[in-house]
Design a protein around this ligand. Sequence first.
Ligand code: NDP
Length: 244
Amino acid sequence: MSRNVFITGASSGIGKAIAYAFGKNGDDLILCARRIGKLEEIKADIERRFGVNVYIFELDVTKYDKVSKTVKNILRKVSKIDILINNAGLALGLEKFQEYSITDMEIMIDTNVKGLLYVSREIIPNMVENNEGHIINMGSTAGIYAYAGAAVYCATKAAVKFLSDGIRIDTIDKNIKVSTLQPGIVETDFSEIRFHGDKERAKDVYLGIEALKPEDIANVALYVANQPKHVQISDVTIMATQQA
Ligand code: NDP
């Protein structure tokens, strides 16, 4: 049966690949991101290829009022969210903690932690009401092992893991599953954004190893979402074979 799948950060990279994977699976999609133009292209292509319904919403997950209004608007259209995929996120900079820009630190915390909180806080009551749901949060291996120059990014992804675990405990009597995906290095716009558009520096990140593709993570997300009702995959770590 077709499900309503809500994906944040669906305009590029992993979120976009997840949208295609679930669309191909026959699910209806609610796609959010700030770049509405990209979402318009994705909506047209997925609807044409797979014949599912795709709703798109311009949304900055760091703005609570906007999140709240948008989710209310979405729930008037689709009435039920079966799966929420909190994927929107970013890293900015790769500097020693003492040299980091406060602005970059704040943007990472606002997007990766507060954004996930805002969206989840607005959608989980709908799942509670329906006595079922599945939340899939995009963590990272950065949330398991800290690495040089990324103290704040790693802390945000460790927070994602603990928010997943805490939400699972608090909703355990409501048939709500919570899963954390923890990818290693994936080739997306992530690195270019991290280095504020410096393409050469971004390219160096992948030197010497074959990185994961966004579709690799999307396949895992779909596998996690397609388990029987009594099976909950709580955490998955997905590494590039050559990544140490
Ligand atoms: P991309 O840069 O390709 O995608 C990031 C997505 O997040 C975009 O769709 C972007 O949309 C969205 N986004 C960013 N900020 C906001 C915001 N304030 N409000 C709404 N949407 C926002 O990178 P990835 O696909 O690689 O990243 C997706 C997730 O995967 C992130 O959480 C990242 O931390 C995680 N991850 C990535 C890894 C990698 O190596 N690439 C490894 C492990 C985890 P828009 O700009 O249109 O708003």
